[in-house]
Design a protein around this ligand. Sequence first.
Ligand code: ATP
Length: 285
Amino acid sequence: MQRIEKAPAKINLSLDALYLHEDGEPEWQMVMTSIDLADYVQITLRNDPAIKVRTSSGFLPEDQRNLAYKAAHLLQHKYQIKTGALIEIEKHIPVAAGLGGGSSDAAAVLRILNELWHLGLTRAELAHLGLQIDSDVPYCVYGETALVTGKGDQIRPLGGLPNFWLVVVKPDISVSTPRIVRALDCQQIKQHPQTNALIDAIRTDDLTAMIQNMANVLTPITTARFPVIDQLCDRLLQFGADGAQMSGSGPTVFGICRQYSRAQRIYNSMSGFCSEVYLVQPLKP
Ligand code: ATP
């Protein structure tokens, strides 16, 4: 038996950390949405119990370090499944970019094996399990615009977004999320996103207010190490984006444009000095 699914990238319209739990994990408050830049995850069931991972990327681990492997192993072990799986991942999402690519692959594996192994788990149950893999997996199980709180495990879908285009720019650097999060001091945060106002703006289809209330509290930490991130946001705004922000722990930034024609011009301009640039839209619910 075989099945293939899209595993979309996510961006953070907002990212806030309210306080640190005793284990050092932040209490997150984030608005995330998925975009039409996606990996493809295909799973073929095996008769033996082995879990095998193959990726189209030349440098990603294909053993138990791969988040897709972890997801399959978690379900197989918990539900005492006797069959194994061949997981083939066609990578399109840049790695270690703040776009949640590994988490989205893992979430796709959870969704597919829930079906192929007839586990009958709800989305909430899959999301709860996904937290054991990475804090972004619960969101990716849902994959729709949502408020994400707790350690990443509380997901509240928010419905549709105002219409806009995104110019997504990934500079040629990789960022370690754990390293950035370890440097976070919740007392020192200068600019929090206005999360409630952001949610109201989404509900009332008000793109201007949505952009005004976005922010990412990890930006100062990542840009202190990689100033190019600030420069890219400035460029996006200079070229005419209505708003610009870093996603996750970076280094990817995105510009928001009301009009397609302007997004296309900005895409062309940014492509002049950055090799990984994407012109995409948020996924429709
Ligand atoms: P997050 O913001 O969720 O931490 P990210 O977008 O910054 O994610 P990923 O692309 O998910 O980063 O990769 C983070 C790490 O996970 C990398 O070091 C990578 O080697 C590892 N990894 C394991 N499995 C995968 C996978 N299937 N796809 C991408 N990276 C993976």
